[in-house]
Design a protein around this ligand. Structure first.
Ligand SMILES: [Fe+2]
Length: 219
């Protein structure tokens, strides 16, 4: 067990193998420039691999979350236990449409760092921690920080708005996660996200080799 980035992280392996990767230290958000964490947590009947597929599915933001614009995936790459998704996102703000970013960095199946940037408006970081409770249940915790603007009230308004949006999106995703079936060979088309690259990356985190087993409830 370690303390990292203000969070207590625990490693579990059914065969008692030692940790095979390290959670990165995010020094910038630990400093005075960012607020303390705004926290929320959810218990969801799914498997963490299924939840992660959300992040490589840009189209669902439009049709499930009703965002004005679909994020454009610029790069999705994996490197050992880490994966990286860089995307641009247009945001509708009171000042008009601005070009922003959503960049996600995962380390292992249970830790992700998502950076949001709306130029001239806000910079924020979300640390997502997923813990499997049993084969069909996940506790998902969100730890959210905003870059300080110098106006504490404004920081908390921005953070509350982000947390409300995350809560809204989770509420929309949960019925899908709790009912989706895992198809080993899904019918994908060219404009779908990099699902199979994600699955290949995720497969390394099972204690026993995977390939033919079915993941998640509702199957
Ligand atoms: Fe989603």
């Amino acid at each position: 067990m370690i303390e990292r980035n203000g969070l207590i992280m625990a490693w579990y392996h059914p065969g008692d193998a030692p940790p095979s990767f390290e959670i990165p230290e995010l020094d910038d958000i630990a400093g005075e420039g960012f607020t303390d964490f705004y926290k929320s947590s959810y218990v969801i009947k799914t498997a963490i691999q299924e939840m992660g597929e959300n992040s490589v599915d840009p189209a669902h933001f439009r049709y499930v979350h009703h965002t004005d614009e679909v994020a454009v995936c610029e790069e999705y790459t994996t490197d050992g236990p880490r994966s990286k998704m860089l995307s641009s996102q247009k945001y509708v703000t009171p000042q008009g449409v601005v070009d922003g970013r959503i960049d996600s960095f995962a380390t292992g199946p249970g830790f992700s760092e998502v950076r949001f940037e709306m130029p001239g408006v806000v910079k924020a970081a979300l640390l997502g921690c997923a813990t499997p409770i049993d084969d069909e249940t996940v506790e998902q915790r969100f730890n959210f920080k905003v870059e300080k603007t110098g106006d504490e009230r404004m920081d908390s308004v921005i953070a509350d708005a982000f947390v409300a949006e995350i809560n809204k999106q989770l509420t929309e995703d949960i019925p899908i996660w709790e009912h989706k079936a895992h198809l080993e060979k899904p019918l994908l088309i060219d404009t779908d996200g990099p699902f199979m690259t994600y699955r290949k990356w995720a497969s390394q985190f099972y204690a026993e080799p995977v390939g033919t087993q079915v993941v998640g409830p509702g199957t």
